[in-house]
Design a protein around this ligand. Structure first.
Ligand code: UDP
Length: 232
């Protein structure tokens, strides 16, 4: 069946409402919150600091580590605490999405830790986590060549659309979820995953939508960063 109207009334090219805030975790070197619809991600950065054990150190440059976690109350059904296959995968793709923007050449033997906690989940948590993490890295003063923006492009009932919510991810006739992260300045893609099917001719449209959406996300990220530093 054709998905002619979105469940929550959004246009096919419209993202959910977004909010961002920088400096939400006082004990961290940098932190940020990114909310998209009912999905809320909090990211905290610690470092650069000496990496222990020492044999893991890289004398050429610092190391980036990422840890993604869904809080046990982030969805109706309690999430079992501790790492899972899914959280390990998302930690890995988060790191890979951030790395092309981050320059740790000045920090040999050091580590920068990024902790992403999902406080509320309604689909798109890896994208919200990446958006929050990139702002938290900037807040921590880590040298970066760009921010990183991420959004999920979907295909539901034959329609290509932006930012699936949980209803759309679980669409009974099946759906496709394609999370994309970009360094927006040059539209450099640093993450592209595909869960489901998409026609080759639809990929260009999907990437074009991702590029346009990432520009909107970038403005929200920049505004939140400026807000923190204007108030200090
Ligand atoms: N989800 C859940 N329980 C879990 C994992 C995920 O309810 O253990 C929900 C949550 O709302 C999440 C959504 O399923 O946002 C989609 O998860 P997916 O693995 O596709 O990653 P995401 O879209 O969050 O990046």
């Amino acid at each position: 069946m054709v998905y002619s109207k979105r469940n929550d009334g959004r246009k096919f090219e419209e993202m959910r409402k977004m909010e961002a805030k920088v400096g939400v975790v006082k004990s961290a070197d940098g932190s940020a919150m990114f909310k998209i619809g009912d999905t809320i991600a909090i990211a905290a950065v610690r470092g650069p600091r000496d990496l222990h054990p020492k044999f893991m150190q890289n004398p050429q440059k610092g190391i980036l580590r990422c840890n993604y976690n869904m809080m046990s109350f982030s969805v109706d059904e309690r999430i079992r605490p501790g790492p899972s296959r899914r959280s390990r995968e998302i930690s890995l793709v988060t790191r890979n999405a951030l790395l092309p923007a981050v320059n740790l050449d000045e920090f040999p033997n050091a580590v920068v830790d990024v902790f992403v906690e999902i406080q509320q989940a309604d689909a798109g948590t890896r994208c919200a986590g990446i958006c929050a993490a990139s702002m938290a890295l900037a807040d921590a003063g880590i040298p970066m060549k760009d921010l990183i923006c991420a959004i999920s492009i979907g295909r539901v009932g034959g329609k290509v659309l932006v930012d699936l919510d949980k209803f759309e991810e679980d669409y009974e006739e099946g759906s496709t979820d394609m999370p994309v992260a970009m360094l927006p300045r040059k539209a450099e893609v640093s993450l592209l995953q595909l869960d489901g099917e998409i026609k080759p001719e639809e990929i260009d449209k999907a990437l074009e939508l991702a590029k346009k959406s990432c520009q909107e996300i970038l403005e929200i990220q920049k505004k939140a960063l400026k807000e923190k530093y204007q108030n200090e």
